[in-house]
Ligand binder design. Structure first.
Ligand SMILES: O=P(O)(O)OC[C@H]1O[C@@H](O)[C@H](O)[C@@H](O)[C@@H]1O
Length: 239
């Protein structure tokens, strides 16, 4: 990997910097298994996470999964309580479960990801986090790496500013702009198919797929230029 040609890295968070994709995955599985069962619908499987939920903004994920089962619910409102049978209510129910685990268990970053951040910081490469999650800041803070990212374009920023979420490329484009680095000099890091598609749809220098269970073939098909299983694989001899 020749880092000389790049000036910025745009990192997805869950599953790239922290193992929170697993926490999201478990929270989604618990909530949807129960809900789909209550509706007599086809049961939830792990494939549902990768196909419909991973990387997408919260309520868009709920809508995609419901659509896969031909179920329709009213959209509701982000302020809906967790027992509301609405798209927002189901999303909020899962969010309560996610935050309960985050608070109880805390989170550590992937060691290989921290090694790459350390090596690239030495070279003066700039960093942004680009996450669909509205929990990105608390997760970065819990992991002790919040201060490494001068730019964070997360689910809250996207909602407030009307920036289309992944699989559209706009949140990555906004992050590169905010760092003041051309897209072509920026590297996108993503573990989710929707996120890799977002990177591939934009005008970026490189899209790195991070295989945490999705599968290298599917990440490549979605548009990843390179696939790794650990970010430390991208540290070159210059460090
Ligand atoms: O519900 P949140 O915390 O805003 O997160 C939205 C999505 O954020 C993505 O980063 C995760 O891959 C998804 O699993 C999650 O659903």
């Amino acid at each position: 990997m020749n880092w000389d040609v790049y000036e910025a890295c745009l990192f997805d968070l869950d599953g790239v910097l922290t193992p929170t994709a697993e926490v999201h995955m478990r929270a989604w599985a618990d909530m949807f298994s129960e809900f789909l069962n209550s509706r007599g619908a086809e049961p939830y499987t792990d494939a549902d996470y990768f196909d419909h939920l991973d990387g997408r903004p919260r309520y868009e994920g709920v809508a995609a999964l419901l659509q896969s089962r031909d179920l329709e619910l009213p959209q509701g409102d982000p302020s809906d309580p967790i027992d509301a049978e609405t798209v927002c209510g189901l999303g909020n129910r899962k969010d309560a479960a996610f935050n309960e685990v985050l608070q109880r268990e805390g989170i550590q970053p992937y060691p290989g990801s921290v090694q790459l951040l350390d090596a690239l910081a030495e070279r003066g490469i700039r960093f942004a986090v680009v996450s669909s999650s509205k929990n990105a800041r608390p997760v970065l803070e819990a992991a002790g790496i919040l201060d490494r990212f001068p730019v964070i374009v997360d689910g809250r920023v996207a909602a407030e500013e009307g920036i289309p979420g992944k699989p559209e490329p706009d949140t990555f484009t906004a992050a590169a702009e905010r760092l003041g680095v051309p897209g072509k000099k920026s590297v996108v890091f993503e573990d989710a198919l929707s996120g890799v598609r977002a990177g591939a749809a934009g005008d970026f220098g490189l899209v790195v797929g991070v295989d945490r269970g999705t599968g290298a073939d599917r990440l490549t098909e979605a548009g990843a230029d390179v696939v790794v299983t650990d970010l430390a694989e991208l540290i070159d001899e210059r460090g």
